[in-house]
Design a protein. Structure first.
Length: 110
């Protein structure tokens, strides 16, 4: 059975959504990627990826209550699904296996 691995951007989005928690929507997810992952991202790109991840069943979303500070618009909150968590673990295992035993990354020169 083939494992489905995430792209680096998808992985960062899913991990950031987990870190942000219940209030995960585009802006704090992008901020988390920037502050923790050190990668600047455009919020629109985050939402595009979240839409794709939702179509693939890796996240689910709910609509919050409208807020006055957003001009009455409601936020769309995202939650990583069980399938999303499985994809994160599969990607982690694959990357760890690739890193393991590479002399250039372990301080050895041969």
């Amino acid at each position: 059975m083939a494992r489905h691995l995430l792209t680096d951007f998808e992985l960062m989005i899913l991990l950031s959504a987990l870190r942000v928690g219940e209030k995960a929507y585009g802006v704090p997810i992008a901020a988390e990627i920037g502050s923790t992952g050190g990668r600047r991202v455009v919020v629109a790109a985050v939402y595009t990826a979240l839409d794709r991840l939702e179509r693939n069943g890796l996240v689910s979303s709910t609509i919050g209550e409208p807020t006055p500070e957003r001009g009455g618009r409601a936020k769309r909150y995202f939650r990583v699904t069980g399938s999303g968590t499985s994809h994160i673990r599969n990607t982690q295992r694959a990357l760890t296996a690739l890193w393991t035993g590479v002399p250039q990354l372990e301080g050895r020169t041969t």
